[in-house]
Design a protein around this ligand. Structure first.
Ligand code: NAI
Ligand code: MG
Length: 322
């Protein structure tokens, strides 16, 4: 049995994770699901968004399925649960797959998740604020290797998005990406971040595996979700050397929480990525989702009138028919 730690979170997190777990149970009996709390309530109780003893158990799991949590702007000392987990579990690679559910095309984005401007060195001194943008050889090599594996698995190439015409860190990063990809015979195409945003809007499906540092990758991957029709259907994986965490890219969506209309497809496709990671093959789930969207009613974010429950049942029905 594989052990999967499930952290539903709050807002629509529990609503979509419930759907994802039911779909996973419909395709495999080889996973045991263990549930954990996390977020603001836990922080108020113990000063961390996740309990230390839970974190120890989560580290011993084979993978994590995460929903979403609300992060208040004004809670002193609070760092969001997902950022805490990425750091604590050493999850340096973020893979976002933006699907076009009707044609099967995808935008694949690999974002460096641990360095860049989000490393967390910043200070305000004498009226000057400074944030350090850290790029290390080790960090660049491991994310380049990750992107190379993704490109090879897809018989594709890498588009490395950067500002190497200006930034020292990106010149350094670019050289390392080319070294690593060159050893593996994977082609690397250059794209400069500012003009690349236009390409990502106009012809999003033509860039192979898009690789970038933390901030650029964050912005590009949110922008790219527009091509999926709704942020609610986009899955992601966070990978490290020990464990991996899978989550829909959306947040806790307080505006629709509790109404039973959240789109569960991002969480369900995250479950498919989780199965791939465990070696259990998520393609059955992807086929069921594709089968469902052809004729099935979708949730309001996709212009339909379905409820979360209708979509989950419909996808499970497709699995039973496949
Ligand atoms: P959001 O993704 O929660 O919502 C943005 C918009 O998309 C809203 O209109 C929402 O209704 C809609 N939406 C999102 N997911 C949907 C789904 N599955 N089905 C249908 N509609 C969906 O982003 P926002 O509003 O920026 O953040 C809300 C809260 O979520 C904040 O507290 C933020 O910090 C948190 N957040 C948490 C994340 C995480 O836990 N990984 C990631 C992003 C935001
Ligand atoms: Mg973001």
């Amino acid at each position: 049995m594989y052990r999967v730690a499930v952290i539903p979170g709050d807002g629509i997190g529990p609503e979509v994770i419930d759907g994802a777990v039911r779909v996973l149970k419909a395709v495999t009996g080889r996973v045991r699901f263990e549930y954990y709390e996390g977020g603001v309530d836990v922080f108020q109780e113990c000063g961390s968004p996740i309990r230390e003893e839970d974190l120890e158990e989560i580290r011993r799991s084979d993978a994590v399925l995460f929903g979403a949590t609300t992060t208040p702007f004004d809670l002193p000392g609070y760092r969001s649960l997902i950022l805490t987990l990425r750091k604590e579990l050493g999850l340096y690679a973020n893979l976002r797959i933006i699907p076009d559910l009707r044609t099967g095309r995808e935008i694949v984005i690999v974002r460096e998740n641990s360095e860049g401007l989000y490393f967390g060195i910043g200070a305000v001194v004498n009226g000057r604020a400074v944030d350090v943008r850290l790029i290390t050889r080790e960090g660049a090599e491991r994310i380049a290797r990750f992107a190379v594996e993704q490109a090879k698995a897809r018989g594709s190439f890498i588009t490395f998005v950067h500002k190497a015409n200006v930034l020292t860190g990106d010149k350094f990063f670019r050289r390392i990406v080319r070294e690593v990809a060159g050893e593996e015979g994977v082609e690397v195409r250059d794209a400069i971040i500012d003009s690349f945003t236009i390409k990502l809007v106009r012809n999003p499906w033509e860039h192979g595996v898009i690789l970038s540092e933390n901030l650029f990758g964050d912005i590009l991957s949110d922008l790219a979700t527009v091509h999926a029709g709704s942020i609610g259907i986009v899955p992601s994986g966070n990978y490290g050397d020990g464990i991996a965490l899978f989550e829909p890219v959306h947040g806790s969506a307080p505006d629709i929480a509790g109404k039973g209309i959240a789109n569960p497809i991002g969480a369900i496709l995250s479950g498919a990525m989780l199965l791939d990671y465990l070696g259990l093959d998520g393609s059955l789930i992807r086929a069921a989702v594709r089968g469902y969207v052809v004729n099935g009613e979708l949730t309001p974010d996709m212009g339909g009138r379905a409820r979360t429950e209708d979509v989950v049942r419909g996808i499970i029905g497709e699995i039973e028919d496949l």
